[in-house]
Design a protein around this ligand. Structure first.
Ligand SMILES: NC(=O)C1=CN([C@@H]2O[C@H](COP(=O)(O)OP(=O)(O)OC[C@H]3O[C@@H](n4cnc5c(N)ncnc54)[C@H](O)[C@@H]3O)[C@@H](O)[C@H]2O)[C@@H](O)CC1
Ligand SMILES: [K+]
Length: 472
């Protein structure tokens, strides 16, 4: 598992660690990690010795990291030039280290045009709001130069705790983050400014009483969650999932969701609805009956019949996944159910559920995924390039990073709903089914994309191998 912690908790952990170390030791660890990544980038682009690096330096320790790393690079034969956003307030120790190593402090941003690499040390976890004044001007000049940008700790101008971006911000190719991930590196729009994120361990430790803001499941976490049939398993003990999806108008949604559910580790799948799924999937039991979880909504349409099917499913006492049209039909507060509910909105559907705009959701994804979980008393899968999962009982949010743009294809959501329903019926908790489901869905897309452009049906076809690869 990877974690991201709140700035306040990072500060506390830093204080605790600094008290046990010689002065400046922590910044040296950060600078060493940063210089190592910078040198790797320079080497990949040609060579370290003889290359040119420009540092953008703010007024805090983030600039200090950049300056000390610049000194280390200068010691390896790199021509290092530092541009200071506010010369009177730049980190003093860092400035003398850079000068002593042969680096230069310059005022003319033209050095950016010759740079092989720009290091963004304008703002770190002390930044608030978008870049202003000289900070914004330097960032803009760096973007215009076209040189690759390496951000220190996080891209300057993104909010570390939320990933919100409220003004000009740096768009980095690589970000080196220290001690723990910052939530803004995992949540869009901030995350989309970070490029590839490299983690440098500086020895920070978090006591168990400190809750991370975000959890990011790794393959071994998902492996531990996926249900594995035992010797004594039979079709009913492995779980039965029911799907009330698809309609005469949208039969494809039923085929995709059912196809995915069949390959999600369950013992059996029941289908309730007008679509002939049995011709494609003879394994399916047509009609209702006892199930451990329901999926409703995908391709349901929005007529009276759709409402009736939705309410029938919500009236059951088993966990339910509500997707797509099901979300559009939901009366507010429809979730006074005895069993858990999972909802799987994209930004537009989330906006309708909360009476806000899709832009508001996209700008504050962490805030709104939590708000949805609270106000609907549901586990929420807020879909997007970085899908967020929130539960009604925990403030911890999970993020899925194991995915790619191939998932943005018609029918992809139907597949996700089927997978989550299958995992729920297989006995996972709603929170685990939603987060392992998002990972599995992402893995399926990444696998299918190896053979070229992907249709949702290819996601279904790739599920068994994606599952197998996770279990390897
Ligand atoms: N505390 C530590 O021991 C360590 C800190 N490290 C580095 O220190 C950073 C945090 O340093 P600081 O707390 O000094 O904070 P920053 O370096 O992020 O600078 C914050 C200062 O910038 C100014 N500022 C804030 N928002 C601004 C905006 N939008 N436009 C222009 N100016 C703005 C304010 O004067 C604020 O005090 C971390 O991100 C990390 O890079 C690392 O060296 C590891 C160890
Ligand atoms: K930065």
């Amino acid at each position: 598992m990877r974690y991201a912690h709140a700035v306040a908790d990072v500060r506390a952990a830093e204080r605790e660690l600094m008290a046990r170390l010689p002065e400046g030791a922590l910044m040296q660890r950060a600078a060493f990690g940063l210089a190592t990544v910078a040198a790797d980038m320079l080497r990949d682009a040609g060579s370290v010795y003889g290359s040119r690096v420009a540092l953008l330096v703010g007024v805090g320790d983030n600039g200090g990291d950049a300056l000390y790393a610049g000194a280390l690079l200068a010691g390896r034969g790199v021509a290092v030039h530092a541009l200071l956003a506010d010369p009177d307030r730049a980190h003093e120790g860092g400035l003398s280290a850079l000068r002593d190593a042969g680096g230069r402090i310059v005022a003319d941003a033209a050095v950016l045009d010759q740079a092989d690499l720009v290091v963004d040390g304008l703002l770190g976890i002390g930044g608030r709001g978008g870049l202003r004044g000289e900070f914004a001007r330097l960032a803009e000049a760096a973007h215009e130069s076209g040189a690759p940008i390496l951000a220190v700790d996080l891209p300057s101008g993104i909010e570390a705790d939320t990933g919100e971006v409220s003004g000009p911000a740096v768009r980095a190719d690589v970000t080196v983050t220290f001690g723990t991930h910052k939530p803004g590196l995992f949540v869009d729009p901030g995350a989309s400014h970070a490029g590839i994120v490299e983690f440098v361990d500086i020895g920070l430790e978090f006591p168990p009483s400190v809750e991370p803001v975000l959890e990011n499941l790794q393959v071994q976490d998902v492996r531990a969650l996926l249900p594995a049939p035992g010797r004594s398993s039979h079709k009913y003990s492995r779980g039965v999932v029911g799907l009330a999806v698809g309609s005469e108008r949208y039969p494809g949604a039923a085929l995709l969701a059912v196809g995915a559910a069949l390959r999600s580790g369950v013992g059996a799948v029941r289908y309730s609805g007008p679509v002939d799924v049995v011709s494609s999937y003879p394994e399916v039991i047509a009609g209702g009956g006892k199930v451990q979880a329901w999926v409703v909504g995908s391709g349901l349409g929005r007529d009276d019949e759709a409402v009736r099917r939705l309410l029938n499913v919500l009236a059951t006492d088993v966990p339910v996944v509500v997707d797509a049209d099901g979300l559009r039909l939901l009366p507010r507060k429809a979730f006074e159910r005895s069993a858990p509910t999972i909802i799987t909105p994209h930004a537009g559907e989330a906006a309708a559920l909360l009476d806000v705009t899709a832009e508001q959701i996209e700008g504050q994804r962490l805030e709104y995924v939590r708000r949805l979980a609270q106000s609907y008393d549901a586990t929420v899968v807020l879909k997007g390039p970085l899908t967020l999962i929130a539960g009604p009982q925990t403030s911890r949010v999970r993020v899925n990073t194991h995915a790619g743009p191939v998932l943005a294809t018609a029918g992809s959501g139907d597949v996700l709903a089927g997978i989550i329903g299958g995992l729920l019926a297989g006995g996972l908790s709603p929170y685990d089914a939603a987060s392992a489901g998002a990972y599995l869905h992402g893995a399926t897309g990444l696998l299918a994309a190896r053979s070229g452009p992907v249709a949702a049906g290819d996601l279904v076809a790739s599920l068994p191998l994606a599952w197998h690869n996770i279990q390897e």
